[in-house]
Design a protein around this ligand. Structure first.
Ligand SMILES: [Zn+2]
Length: 517
């Protein structure tokens, strides 16, 4: 960093100074006396200075002398034609230039302070608004001298830089608040927390969407697993609404509010005009003080309204951050802090074994297909049993496992895409996910490995649907490559239960690979 000490001292350019202090001892064309609103000064003081022109109330930075140009020089005016500077000022502003023989100075109007954090800035606009002008020194009041225009340009970034530091502090405080209440799990960088509390509305280079997608799928998966394990006798129709209740925006928002989360959410683009200079006490704003749970203080500048959905999104994004940076345990610890208790490890899962499962299922086929040995084959029987095929020995059908498998698949595919394509835009992630998590793909891959031949069912409708799907698959596979790589979409058979059924079956491919490790 280079400190321009001359510019620092320039702030002391007081207009009460003695006249002789505004003169320098140097000689030459660049050191001639010129008239200003501050009185007579050496022209070198005018060359690089911050001036204001009271006749139009504007502030300019002068960038140098214009030798050869003075009040009598011709000026092209926008209405067309050429007049002298002297008559221009007379006509336009009613000002008589009294020292028209003095050299004019080149100047640029001071920069508008911009939001440098914004995603896309309008470069072309910048150049047009800062076009140069020529100023007679007698109209100028020197505020600071010497000071260069590049110094002012650098300073125009200060509000944006300070804003970023401020936001970063907010993220750091949020991180500390969470860590104070739970065991430290993984070192989550404050920068990532900042990303998770920044909404799209801020129009900054990062926002919460990727983490939100990740957190959303993990939350759904965690809640599903918890319900699946704790309510072992409940049907999927009971589990689904319970899960919805846990992961709904309403309840996430309520939990977020209990943890004072809304105060940390960044939901508006930075506006440099309303920026408060740190330590500036001249403004009329007042900060209110509020003590948080752990005696930390929060300073409130104003009230704002945040939609429930935004708070819920931030909760999900934070889960995503902890998952991505610290793993599942870190994510669970954050969820515990926010008020969602899920225990992956210590929730026992017990079940009554089906008698002679080998009577119903070709265990060898499945085990060689999956390259996995089942500890509990009755789970496999449950997974391939349709509701129309109920025997006393098989009390449950696939639906509970589908409920679990669906969440596992969604989570696994999201994590897979997230890790495989780190720079992918959140929209792309969502699109790819919905393209992958889709019944047609599952049906196709199930038919490909002959899974449909092993389904236990007693339904004519289902039988017809399977036959149709297999037929369509045969026709398709003649023309195209298989499955996910194929651009041709698989014919829609989504109205029938076969697809859901296949969904479960394929889900299990993942469940077994992952959940029963
Ligand atoms: Zn001088």
């Amino acid at each position: 960093m280079v400190v321009e000490w001359k510019a620092v001292q320039a702030a002391m350019f007081a207009y009460e100074r003695e006249v002789n202090e505004r003169m320098c001892c140097l000689k030459g064309n660049e050191h001639q006396k010129v008239h200003t609103k501050n009185g007579l000064v050496c022209s070198c003081f005018m060359e690089k200075s911050l001036v204001c022109t009271p006749h139009n109330g504007r502030v300019y930075c002068t960038t140098g002398r214009l030798p050869g140009l003075n009040g009598n020089s011709p000026l092209e005016i926008t209405e067309g034609g050429v007049v002298s500077y002297k008559s221009y000022y007379k006509k336009r502003h009613g000002i008589d230039l009294r020292h028209e023989e003095e050299t004019l100075f080149a100047a640029r109007q001071l920069f508008t302070v911009r939001n440098a954090l914004q995603k896309s800035r309008h470069k072309d606009k910048e150049t047009s608004s800062s076009a140069g002008v020529e100023l007679p020194s007698e109209l100028c009041f020197i505020i600071m001298s010497p000071v260069s225009i590049s110094t002012f340009y650098s300073f125009s970034f200060v509000p944006s830089i300070m804003h970023r530091i401020e936001s970063w502090n907010i993220a750091l405080n949020l991180k500390k608040m969470h860590l104070c209440h739970s065991m430290p799990n993984g070192n989550v960088p404050a920068m990532k927390v900042l990303e998770a509390i920044t909404t799209k509305k801020c129009v900054e280079k990062f926002h919460l969407e990727s983490f939100e997608t990740l957190g959303d799928s993990f939350l759904k998966y965690a809640a599903t697993q918890q319900l699946f394990k704790t309510l072992q006798d409940q049907h999927e129709g009971i589990l689904s609404p319970k899960r919805e209740k846990i992961i709904s925006n309403d309840s996430l928002c309520r939990l977020g509010c209990n943890c004072n989360l809304p105060g940390f959410i960044r939901n508006e683009p930075f506006e440099p005009k309303t920026w408060i200079v740190p330590g500036d006490r001249s403004s009329s704003f007042k900060l209110e003080e509020e003590v948080l749970l752990d005696e930390r203080k929060m300073y409130i500048r104003g009230k704002r309204v945040i939609k429930k959905k935004v708070v819920a999104d931030v909760v999900e994004a934070l889960i995503g951050v902890f998952l991505s940076e610290g793993g599942e345990l870190a994510a669970l610890s954050f969820m515990r802090w926010i008020g969602i208790s899920v225990d992956f490890v210590n929730t026992p899962y017990t079940r009554a074994l089906t008698l002679h499962p080998e009577k119903y299922v070709n265990i060898q086929y499945f085990e060689s297909l999956l390259n996995y040995s089942f500890r509990d084959v009755s789970l496999l029987v449950e997974a391939i049993t349709h509701g129309s095929y109920m025997l006393p020995e098989i009390p449950k059908c696939y639906q509970r496992l589908e409920f679990l498998g669906d969440a596992v698949l969604d989570y696994m595919i999201t994590v897979h895409l997230y890790n495989k394509y780190p720079g992918m835009s959140p929209g792309m992630l969502t699109d790819l996910r919905s393209a992958s998590v889709n019944n047609d793909c599952y049906a196709q891959s199930a038919v490909k490995c002959d899974l449909h031949k092993h389904i236990l069912h007693g339904s004519h409708d289902l039988h017809r649907a399977i036959v149709t799907t297999v037929h369509e698959f045969d026709q398709l596979s003649l023309k195209t490559t298989f499955g996910w790589e194929s651009e041709t979409s698989f014919p829609k058979v989504s109205e029938c239960s076969f697809c859901n059924f296949i969904l479960l079956a394929c889900s299990l491919l993942f469940v077994w690979g992952y959940y029963c490790k």
